[in-house]
Design a protein around this ligand. Structure first.
Ligand code: CA
Length: 588
């Protein structure tokens, strides 16, 4: 009798478990399955485009708050996450490596996981987290002490946990992990500490490491515990031992292009910032001194971790123009399969999806100083006089020539993801119009210490705005419209088949713009600055929109004239969820 009951119980549990399994197919079709969001980017192509059109330009004014959820405690700071929605639950990550499961109908908390962070973590640019990933019956996210954690989707209990890298050396983790074919794939953060950028793949079920791929030339990859292949060719583009602490943090995570079976990860600035220490020969010949594969997009074989292709946006980078920006897979108006990516350096690149080959590049900000353009091979035409001066050439050897460069080190665009509309064929790019005084100083590597060899003061380029959301035609590079914002934009963008572009501002507004004109059609004050990523889904025949509000991120950490535009902003930590009630959908 007891046995019989036990059997029934187990089979009932199995049935419950079977309904709560996120499969590879569900991740692959995340963009079109509008009642779920199980991937960062609202689909593998990272388009942040929803085919939902219940909310339109005409009825968006009837959007009402459904519930709000506070992350609570004293742990405010920047909230940069993208919510996930699955099986009646919203999952959001918060500052200080926290993860919450919330009833998506009522906004009530189901469970909370709070990573116990050690003393001495070294996050460069606020204690943010940008999201989680769901696969099978688990949810995965990374923590500021450079760990990856797998939690039970239903209970929040830890299933496995593993160290990505040593936080004492400056490594941390903030990006959303990526799931491909049963692997959980992560990058790393810490480019300001002389770390080495790397991509790692683990068995999602067990946490066992499958392969690693450092992204700086000279380092060896691993596959199943054995050395696999070297990244690039030792000392081809780096002088001496500089590659050993060469930076290239893969801190924004990556994406997976199923059409070409390729992972794409971006690599950040080469370390240190002082580019004169990384120059292999003057004048630079061939690609010596390019410092591969820093400031690059890198195509990687998901099964082996081998590099398939690379495209370097800023060779011998010297302004902190990290090459990490998200690569969005799309089809252009002629039917070509392309990648679009807006780089920190101010240029919007179109690449061929097969091999990462350069197609075109056009500026997406106004006053680029460091290059006069991009040549037809994709290489920048440098204004060498705009490279911060070599301190060893200065009379006292302590500070090189100061130059004014634009965009600033925080980039024409930083981490905040853009959106691509399948409806208009345009990209919606959150950008910033700012520059900086920058100079170089001598520096030597010391474990766990900032490794810059550079100083800087950030400056607005215009009195009336820094933030600039632009609609950009990727075929021509033309700006269709521009929305100007006083403070720098630092949150993600989403677009919908209903013709709307959703995003938030540091001033706290959550906005919907007309995708064709840029006109504001809806606005809601959330009470703190928005640096999070909006999402939309449908349930019970109604369309919902959600975004997290909570001012922070890298911008408030820096002074200069930019501080005046943001110093008055209040912190927070609140998920806002809106819905369009059925009875209001037809009201115009
Ligand atoms: Ca950097």
């Amino acid at each position: 009798m007891n046995k019989f009951i036990a059997t029934v119980t187990i089979s009932m549990l199995a049935a419950t478990a079977a309904t709560a399994q996120v499969t590879e197919e569900m991740i692959a079709s995340d963009q079109t399955m509008t009642n779920q969001i199980v991937s960062n980017g609202m689909g593998r192509d990272l388009q942040r485009y929803s085919p939902l059109d219940m909310i339109t330009k005409d009825n968006v004014k009837n959007l009402v708050p459904a519930w709000a959820f506070s992350l609570g405690g004293e742990k405010q700071r920047g909230q940069e996450t993208q919510p996930l929605i699955y099986d009646g639950v919203m999952y959001v990550t918060g500052s200080y490596s926290r993860l919450y499961a919330i009833d998506v109908m009522t906004g009530e908390e189901l469970w909370q996981y709070d990573a116990r962070l050690p003393e001495g973590i070294l996050p460069c640019c606020d204690v943010v987290n940008r999201g989680a990933a769901i696969y099978g019956d688990k949810i995965y996210f990374g923590t500021l002490d450079a760990r990856i954690v797998a939690l039970d989707l239903k209970t929040g209990d830890v299933v496995w946990r593993d160290q990505i890298a040593d936080y004492k050396a400056g490594y941390s983790y903030t990006a959303a992990p990526l799931i491909v074919d049963g692997l959980v794939i992560t990058g790393n953060s810490g480019g300001e500490f002389g770390i080495v950028g790397e991509v790692q793949a683990r068995d999602a079920e067990t946490g066992d490491l499958v392969w690693t791929r450092p992204v700086i030339e000279g380092h060896m990859g691993t596959l199943n515990g054995e050395e696999s292949t070297m990244t690039g060719t030792l000392n081809a583009t780096w002088p001496g031992d500089m590659w050993k602490t060469g930076g290239g943090a893969t801190w924004l995570g990556g994406s997976y292009d199923a059409d070409t079976d390729t992972l794409v990860f971006g690599a950040g600035n080469p370390a240190p910032w002082n580019s004169h220490l990384r120059n292999a020969g003057t004048p630079v010949e061939g690609n010596a001194g390019d410092n591969l594969y820093a400031a690059s997009r890198i195509g990687i074989d998901p099964k082996t971790g081998d590099i398939k292709w690379h495209f370097q946006t800023t060779p011998r980078e010297g302004w902190d123009y990290d090459g990490v920006n998200e690569v969005v897979a799309y089809t252009d108006r002629q039917g070509n399969k392309r990648f679009g990516t807006a780089d920190r350096n101010g240029y919007f690149y179109v690449l061929n999806r097969e091999d990462g080959a350069f197609v075109s590049a056009k500026p997406f900000v106004k006053d680029i100083t460091w290059a006069s353009g991009i040549d037809d091979t994709g290489r920048p035409i440098f204004n060498e006089e705009n490279r911060p001066g070599d301190p060893s050439a200065a009379t006292d050897g302590t500070k090189g020539e100061v130059v004014f460069s634009s965009p600033s080190f925080l980039g024409g665009k930083n981490w905040m993801p853009m959106a691509f509309s399948q409806k208009t064929g345009n990209f919606y790019v959150p950008s910033n119009e700012w520059g900086m005084d920058i100079w170089n100083e001598p520096i030597t590597y010391k474990k766990g210490a900032a490794y810059l060899g550079s100083g800087f003061t950030i400056k607005p380029n215009y009195e009336d705005h820094i933030g600039s959301l632009k609609a950009i035609d990727p075929d021509t590079g033309e700006w269709v419209w521009e929305y100007k914002n006083d403070a720098p934009l630092w949150g993600g963008v989403m677009t919908t088949a209903g013709g709307l572009v959703f995003f938030g501002t540091p001033e706290g507004k959550f906005l919907a713009l007309d995708d064709e004109t840029g006109e504001t059609v809806w606005s809601f004050q959330t009470g703190s600055g928005i640096v999070g990523q909006p999402v939309t889904w449908d349930q019970d025949g109604e369309q919902y929109v959600s975004v997290i509000s909570g001012w922070g991120g890298a911008v408030p950490l820096w002074g200069g004239e930019v501080a005046k535009k943001v110093s008055y902003l209040n912190q927070g930590g609140m998920v806002w969820t809106f819905r369009l009630p059925k009875e209001l959908a037809a009201l115009q």
